[in-house]
Design a protein. Structure first.
Length: 147
C-alpha cells in the first residue's frame, strides 16, 4: 500500500514538471508574438474590404493610467488594456463593425478600476469613437480615437 502512495506522488511530480514546461512554452510563444516575431501566415486578415482601414489606429489613451485603450494594427492584431489587464487578440471588420476573435486578457486584480473593456466582443466605429459591445450585443463602453 505504501508503494502505491509513493507512485502517486511520483506521478504528481512528473505531471507538475510537464505542466510547468507547457506553461513555459506557451508564455515564450506569447512573448515572441508581442515583439512582432509572429509569422505573417498565422495572423488574421483585418478585412477583405477597404473599410477596415478606418478602424486601424489607437482608441483611448494608452498613456493614461487605469484607463482602457485599444490599438488596431493593419495585420489584424489588436492589443491594449482594460485599465488594469493587458488585452490581445485579432480583429476583422465589415463596414463600420469590428469583431474581436478572441479578445484575451491577463487576470490581475486592480482595486477601483472598471475593467469593462475585457468583456468586449465587437464594436461599431465612426471617425471619432468606438462603441464596444459584449457577447450579447449590449453596449459596455466607448473609446475615443487618439490617432
Amino acid at each position: 500500500m505504501f508503494t502505491g502512495t509513493r507512485s502517486n506522488r511520483g506521478r504528481t511530480a512528473v505531471l507538475g514538471v510537464i505542466g510547468a514546461a507547457v506553461l513555459g512554452f506557451a508564455l515564450a510563444g506569447c512573448a515572441s508574438g508581442a515583439e512582432g516575431g509572429a509569422d505573417a501566415s498565422t495572423t488574421a486578415p483585418a478585412a477583405e474590404s477597404g473599410d477596415a482601414v478606418g478602424v486601424v489606429g489607437v482608441w483611448g489613451d494608452p498613456g493614461a493610467q487605469n484607463t482602457p485603450s485599444l490599438v488596431f494594427a493593419e495585420d489584424g492584431k489588436v492589443t491594449g488594456t482594460d485599465g488594469c489587464n493587458r488585452l490581445m487578440g485579432s480583429w476583422t471588420a465589415d463596414g463600420d463593425t469590428v469583431e474581436f476573435a478572441p479578445l484575451v486578457s491577463t487576470r490581475m486584480a486592480c482595486e477601483g478600476v472598471d475593467t469593462w473593456l475585457s468583456g468586449g466582443a465587437s464594436g461599431t466605429w465612426t471617425d471619432t469613437s468606438l462603441v464596444v459591445l459584449d457577447e450579447s450585443g449590449t453596449e459596455i463602453g466607448t473609446l475615443e480615437r487618439s490617432e
